[in-house]
Design a protein around this ligand. Structure first.
Ligand SMILES: [Zn+2]
Length: 411
């Protein structure tokens, strides 16, 4: 008996040694824990680090109105919107309070907690963190929630256990959760769509059409994935009624869409596809290239519907013609923020550019090649880069992106 126990013990020790050996020295455990407290409207957050070596220094970029009462083991210095933390020993933790509610200027919320649910972004809950650590060291990260009784959670990550998620953050050694999340008494519908683990979730009892949304995605997401084969493996769509933000907001692997928004609008564009394009590309504009980001999203919101048979060729061309007409109200595309007529004018430019590339290459290339290349690089897009990619696709200079085509001539 004793000998048997001894050999089992030996086997267990061997297993432990093997597991430790596989990850030895170059990884540390990074656990984000959040205790969601509806009675105070706060989340109590703890960042735990464990490992043989830990990062030497972490700089957290705080929102001083939302990240409060920081306390850390080891050296911690908080200065306005920056906290500098030096974790010590083989295990260290940092705690703070996070204020969940946030109202936009219009009075609607883009982050909200009630006594039944909370909708927020995990990349606000956990602020951006710059880590200084030895080369080769990387984190193995997870996010775990402690929730009131009867609450559940949905995030665009693999759920290892209930309310416990493995965090993927490609290209980052110090991983951090990102994107929309919902916790509470929620209803969700899930499906695998062309390899994308897709969930539509909303507070229970609200007027949200989860099945319609999932069907719409089954119908359109595969076509979008043809343009963007690198589309995330997880997708979470969060929806809710007033007083949440009355529109769509994209995030990493996720988006929020107000429950009142139709899947296809009166002008035949689709806010849902528009936000999905933002999820797919992950690009942002500089001081004069936001029209590229918004124009591509709006262009594909029509183009994908045309390709899936959602609208006929005639209705598609009519819709772009109408946008082009509206776009005449925008004297230039080269502005910091693209909306309304600027984005409408940008859609016309995208159609023109697509035609030009197709003609130049006898249909071998299209605007898809340009959009795909932008999505592969993500980050900031400039007009120069957009033009270079378009010219590569066309194999010659493109007229659609001449500066004179992007703004009206001086009177
Ligand atoms: Zn947009």
């Amino acid at each position: 008996m004793f000998r048997q126990l001894h050999s089992i013990l030996g086997l267990i020790l061997l297993c432990i040694a093997f597991t430790a050996g596989a990850t030895e020295g170059n990884t540390f455990d990074l656990l984000y824990r959040a205790d969601i407290q509806p009675e105070t409207g706060m989340a109590e957050v703890e960042i735990q680090l464990k490992g043989e070596s830990l990062p030497r220094k972490l700089v957290l970029h705080l929102d001083p109105e939302r990240h409060l009462d920081l306390e850390g083991e080891g050296e911690l210095e908080v200065n306005g919107d920056e906290a500098v933390w030096h974790p010590q020993a083989k295990s260290a933790s940092l705690r703070y309070q996070f204020k969940i509610n946030e109202q936009k200027g219009s009075g609607s919320f883009d982050s909200r907690i009630t006594d039944k649910w909370a909708i927020l972004r995990s990349d606000k809950l956990i602020p951006p963190i710059a880590a200084t650590m030895e080369s080769g060291l990387r984190s193995k990260a997870a996010l775990e929630f402690s929730l009131p009784d009867g609450w559940s959670s949905a995030l665009p990550y693999e759920e290892i256990e209930d309310d416990h998620y493995r965090i993927k953050d490609p290209g980052r050694r110090f991983k951090r959760p990102k994107g929309w999340m919902i916790v509470g008494r929620i209803g969700s519908r899930q499906d695998i769509i062309d390899g994308v683990d897709t969930t539509v979730a909303a507070p229970l009892g609200q007027n949200v059409r989860r099945q319609d949304t999932l069907a719409f995605l089954n119908w359109n997401l595969p076509e979008l994935k043809k343009v963007f084969p690198g589309f995330p493996e997880h997708l979470l769509i969060v929806s809710a009624d007033d007083p949440m933000w009355r529109g769509g907001l994209s995030g990493t692997r996720s988006l929020f869409m107000h429950s009142d928004r139709p899947l296809i609008s009166g002008n035949r564009t689709s806010s849902m596809i528009h936000e999905l394009v933002h999820v797919a590309t992950g690009i942002r504009g500089d001081h004069q290239s936001d029209w590229i980001v918004e124009g591509l999203a709006e262009f594909y919101s029509l183009e994908i519907l045309r390709r899936t048979g959602g609208i006929s060729e005639r209705r598609y061309q009519g819709a772009v013609d109408e946008l082009e007409e509206w776009g005449k109200e925008a004297p230039t595309l080269l502005v910091k923020r693209s909306s309304g007529p600027v984005t409408a004018r940008a859609v016309g430019i995208m159609r023109q550019l697509d035609r030009e590339i197709r003609t130049a290459t006898d249909g071998e290339a299209s605007i898809d090649d340009v959009a795909r290349a932008l999505a592969e690089d993500r980050g900031k897009v400039t007009l120069a880069r957009f033009r270079r990619l378009a010219e590569e696709a066309a194999g010659r200079p493109v007229k659609a992106l001449d500066k004179d085509n992007l703004r009206d001539g001086k009177p």
